[in-house]
Design a protein around this ligand. Structure first.
Ligand code: NAP
Length: 315
């Protein structure tokens, strides 16, 4: 089908230097032992240029959704994480800024026995080198891991100091990758400058069908400089669902394997070849299944993405 890019097609992957492949079923997951899975039913992965490691394209955000007070039930969060992992998901993004989220991620991952098979991303969100190192140590304790897969400077807070802290932590084996994050388009130029000059493996940025500023400079810069991209707020913190309400999906969405608006929004983001992984947050297990499904099957190419934008704006 003309407007659907095969994920990992040689030309796209070569141009953006992001070879892709399908994720292996997780050990102990629902697919374990079930034999070969048809390639287009597997969760796609993309490569982290800095390390050559592949990660699945759908991750899990934890802002608000995993902030559960001690003593309250974490059954929903445990079930979300169980389905995420069983479906091939690995990347979980959290932060000391998200209240109890790091503790809850650590707790339910330990309950499920999957702590070591996740790609855990958290952040430093404080000022001063000593405070930064202390916070990173506490995150590792809460998450139950000596080495964190990705440590990021949250919202560029105390950037110069914390970037130095994280670079040291990576050197000493306390984290494997270093990144920077923001959620405002007004800071994309700052992120782009870091992508071109700082020793970072990842940049995390807001990007959605409605808020496409990252396309101008930041995403091309990340692709050109071999920096992996995590996308936050793919649903504009859920306000995108308010825009579409009960509107019908276009008939042609089925060609992309899209059965819900959530999948429409996520596939749009994944259609940008500079994006490595998108981080939708949910506390609802069936939403987790739905979001994971967006990481399988066809991915829209540029022509189809334009069509998706046009249809959305006509509603
Ligand atoms: N500066 C930073 O570093 C930064 C800033 C912002 C975000 N982030 C990261 O990015 C993640 C994602 O951003 P976000 O949480 O702000 O917003 P988001 O992922 O755009 O939206 C989350 C909202 O979407 C709803 N949702 C999820 N899946 C759905 C589905 N299939 N159908 C209907 N509703 C669905 C969730 O509600 P339900 O629980 O009801 O599903 C939740 O209210 C964060 O959790 C965080 O990890 C980082």
């Amino acid at each position: 089908m003309k407007c659907v890019a095969a994920l990992g097609s040689r030309s796209t992957a070569a141009r953006w230097r992001y070879p892709v492949r399908a994720a292996a079923s997780p050990a102990g997951g629902e697919d374990a032992g079930s034999g070969a899975v048809a390639p287009d039913t597997e969760l796609h992965t993309r490569v982290i240029p800095g390390s050559g490691e592949h990660i699945p394209v759908i991750g899990l955000g934890t802002y608000r959704t995993f902030d559960v007070r001690p003593g309250q039930s974490v059954d929903d969060q445990r079930e979300v994480l169980r389905r995420f992992h069983a479906g091939g998901g690995r990347v979980v993004d959290t932060s000391p800024m998200y209240g109890e989220a790091e503790r809850v991620v650590g707790l339910v991952a330990d309950d499920l026995g999957i702590t070591d098979s996740l790609f855990l991303a958290t952040k430093i969100w404080t000022r001063g080198g000593a405070a930064g190192r202390e916070q990173a140590q506490e995150s590792a304790r809460l998450l139950g891991r000596a080495t964190i897969d990705l440590m990021q400077v949250h919202n560029l807070v105390d950037l110069r100091t914390q970037l130095a802290t994280l670079t040291e932590l990576r050197r000493d084996g306390h984290c494997r990758h270093v990144g920077v994050t923001h959620y405002l388009s007004s800071r994309h130029d700052d992120l782009a400058a870091l992508v071109t000059s700082a020793p970072i493996d990842f940049v995390q940025v807001n990007y959605s069908l409605l808020e496409r500023n990252a396309e101008h400079r930041l995403l091309p810069a990340a692709a050109d400089h071999g920096v992996a991209v995590l996308v936050n707020q793919p649903f504009e913190t859920s306000s995108l669902f308010g825009w579409v309400r009960d509107a019908a999906l276009p008939d042609w969405a089925a060609e992309l394997g899209i059965r819900s608006w959530a999948q429409y929004f996520l596939k749009f983001v994944l259609g940008h070849p500079a994006v490595t992984c998108v981080l939708p947050a949910t506390r609802v297990p069936v939403h987790m299944d739905e979001n994971l499904e967006a990481g399988r099957g066809p991915v829209p190419d540029e022509a189809m993405r334009r069509r998706m934008v046009e249809y959305f704006h006509e509603l």
